[in-house]
Write a protein that binds this ligand. Structure first.
Ligand code: 5RP
Length: 220
């Protein structure tokens, strides 16, 4: 799937205009996009980054990383996804960067999502839904999610079996076993649980354009 990711990322470059400040997501597909953006680093004003990982890669390419508070609204945000349905609603957060990704998506006029074909599904939920939580609320939120959705929340661990800590200092619950027939309603409901920082459902603010990596790329 790496070639499909690269093809989607290269196509997304067509949406970048001279002088833009580009919102940049996180993940292996976005890494190809950052590398392509690096080739035109002198033609853009900079980027707003959704993670420390992407910030480091952007800087390596000589792209200035700007604070969203000083840029105002962005014209373009490019990011990957873990799942995408036919309505361009997404599950994101496999890379634990969902909160900053959601903030940048909300701040952007156009959200271009780049995926390989394996990410396309009819109904969201096969990929466990990431939820970022305040550490002290982890067990409470897990109980509420189980009661309200029937899904099985699992505390995300790193390779050393320690709880993953996000760039914001929080924990991640991955909710298994969901079949998300009404993503907007579920996103709103989970957002109401005290201790939830953000939910990896991008349904209230879906992607505007989805590029599926293939030869040639498919644009939805
Ligand atoms: C990170 C994300 C990523 O966009 C998502 O996990 C897809 O990653 P990849 O491009 O590596 O398949 O949401 O939080």
């Amino acid at each position: 799937m790496t070639e499909a990711k690269r093809l989607a990322a290269e196509k997304a470059i067509e949406y970048v205009e001279d002088g833009m400040i580009v919102g940049v997501g996180t993940g292996s597909t976005v890494a190809y996009f950052i590398d392509a953006l690096g080739r035109m680093a002198d033609r853009i004003r900079g980027a707003v980054s959704s993670s420390e990982q992407s910030t480091e890669r952007l800087r390596r390419h000589g792209i200035e990383v700007l604070d969203l508070n000083s840029t105002g609204p962005l014209a373009l945000y490019v990011d990957g996804a873990d799942e995408c349905d036919p309505h361009k609603r997404l599950i994101k957060g496999g890379g634990a960067a969902l909160t900053r990704e959601k903030i940048i998506a909300e701040a952007s006029e156009r959200f271009v999502c780049i995926v390989d074909p394996s990410k396309c599904v009819d109904v969201l939920g096969r990929f466990p839904l990431p939820v970022e939580v305040i550490p002290m609320a982890r067990s409470l939120v897990a109980r509420r999610i189980l009661e309200r959705t029937g899904g099985q929340p699992v505390w995300r661990m790193d390779a050393s079996e320690r709880g993953v800590v996000t760039d914001n200092g929080n924990a991640i619950l991955d909710v298994h076993g969901l079949e998300i027939t009404d993503p907007v309603a579920l996103e709103s409901e989970l957002n109401q649980i005290p201790g939830v920082v953000s939910v990896g459902l991008f349904a209230r603010r879906p992607a505007d354009i989805v590029i599926i990596g293939s030869e040639p790329p498919r644009v939805l």
